[in-house]
Design a protein around this ligand. Sequence first.
Ligand code: ATP
Length: 213
Amino acid sequence: MLEVEKLNAFYGPAQALFDVSLQVRAGEFVVLQGLNGAGKSTLLKALMGLEVTTRGRISYQAQAGRTDIQRWETHIRARAGLGYVAEDRRLFTGLTVRENLQVAAGRDAQAQEARVLDLFPVLKTMLRRPAAHMSGGEQQMLAIARTLMTGPRLLLLDEPCEGIAPVLVESIRDALLTLKAGGMPMLVAEQNQLLAAVADRLIVLVAGKVRGS
Ligand code: ATP
């Protein structure tokens, strides 16, 4: 599904990733671990073509076949099926829950909305609430739900459980397991052991390198 080969990433002159190689196979749930500053966020940004310059190969199984997307613009990667949720969630805090979902909707918006609300039932009870008036965990669910509204084929999540109440971490874990059962491949940067415990595979980054490679 996604194959990264010798990916190097730079913030200006400063290198943050060094020859990172990894794979996410079809239907696989991979958790990316590492200390703060190890490069988890940088790797997800590099996969999306955000903020960093990169060298290396990002081979993605798009609908048109396998292709190197390393030079593609971010919105083209998104259109090809990469669904990304940033650490800061980037919600429209002045809009309601429903409006946040609708701005992301593609074709078949009603059916999509019904599916994401089944995945995160708590959002059903707050459709008219401004996103600003939600807890951090509820906002995180909304951010994932909003990305799902675009119909991604691969999910990239940056620390979805960080700073979130344990009961909501369980809800997020369960939602991700439901997505996995539906065949959604996922690469999730996350330190929380509740997620690591259910991952198919862990990849550990240490100072910008994959440990053990
Ligand atoms: P965290 O859990 O704190 O987000 P992380 O594993 O996601 O940690 P990154 O944020 O990817 O780590 O940071 C990797 C390295 O890149 C660090 O050395 C960090 O200082 C550096 N870095 C991150 N963002 C920038 C930036 N905008 N400009 C320059 N250097 C950066």
